[in-house]
Every structure is written in C-alpha cells, then in structure tokens.
Design a protein around this ligand. Structure first.
Ligand SMILES: C[S@@+](CC[C@H](N)C(=O)[O-])C[C@H]1O[C@@H](n2cnc3c(N)ncnc32)[C@H](O)[C@@H]1O
Length: 140
C-alpha cells in the first residue's frame, strides 16, 4: 500500500535539495538536523551549488524527536542523534559540505555569520498528539 506520509516526506526533501542547489546568492541554515535526513538532501544541493551550509542542533534532550515518520508507531528517540547524523553524512561523502553547530538556535546566533540566506529551514519544534498523549518540543 502506498504510504502517503512517506511520499510527502520524499517530495519535501527533494524540494529542499532543489532550493539548496538553486543559483540564488546566499547561504543555507537548517535548525533541527536531528539524525540528518533533511540535512543530507540540503547538503547535496549545497555541494552542487557551492553554497555554505550550517546545520544547527544541540543534540540533547531539549526536545525528544521520534524515529518514525508519522503513523501510529511513533517512539521517542533514545539514541545518539549526533553520531547518526555524522554517520549519515560520512556514508554519502557529504560531511565536507556541512558545518555542524552543536547548539540551540539561540546560542548558534553568535557562531553564524553568513548573510544573506537563500534558505532557512526550521524543523526544530513540533507538537504531537496521539491518543491523548502529548509530546511537546521546546527550546528550554
Ligand atoms: C523533528 S527533529 C528534526 C528532524 C530532521 N530535520 C529530519 O529531517 O530528520 C527536531 C530537532 O530539532 C532540534 N531542536 C529543537 N529545538 C531546537 C532549537 N531551539 N535549536 C536547534 N535545534 C532544536 C531537536 O534537538 C531535534 O533534534
């Protein structure tokens, strides 16, 4: 059976790739890289357009992301998201095209100086409600 939420995810990641590789001037900033699914597509676009790319995430439990992409099997993540992110980028030879900032977006402001931006992708906050179970992501 066709899983529409997965199709939507693939399309949105292809859109990220296209925006990152566009010839518009400016750098790219991602807030909330987690294990790197979106980061991977953006990094490939930045490689193809020679664009500076910064990916920001504290990789702590300020907000516990889940490993499933929708559906009813959402499970809070208990692993090492920074390790998985590095492994993902390394396995595709894309690590050289991303500067990882291990910080919250608030703290990363001081480390991030690239302007203008051609793409700002914020995927750092969400609220999930399932069967009355609420999980909220925050910055503090
Ligand atoms: C939904 S996950 C990101 C998913 C990822 N973009 C992907 O495609 O797999 C949310 C991530 O945002 C991060 N996050 C939450 N608040 C943040 C903040 N203030 N600054 C930076 N990252 C934040 C969390 O640590 C978490 O790893």
């Amino acid at each position: 059976m066709l899983n529409l939420s997965r199709v939507g995810l693939v399309i949105s990641r292809l859109a990220l790739y296209q925006m990152a590789r566009s010839s518009v001037a400016g750098g790219v900033l991602e807030i909330g890289s987690f294990c790197g699914k979106s980061t991977l597509f953006i990094a490939l676009g930045c490689k193809h357009s020679d664009t500076a790319f910064y990916a920001v995430d504290p990789h702590t439990r300020i907000s516990e992301a889940g490993k499933s992409n929708g559906g009813l099997n959402f499970q809070p993540f208990t692993g090492n998201s920074l390790g998985e992110l590095r492994e993902t980028l390394d396995s595709c030879n894309l690590a050289a095209y991303v500067t990882l900032l291990i910080a919250t977006s608030e703290d990363a402001r001081r480390q991030f100086t690239v302007q203008p931006l051609k793409l700002l992708f914020i995927d750092g906050a969400m609220i999930m409600m399932m069967f009355g179970w609420t999980m909220s992501y925050g910055t503090k």
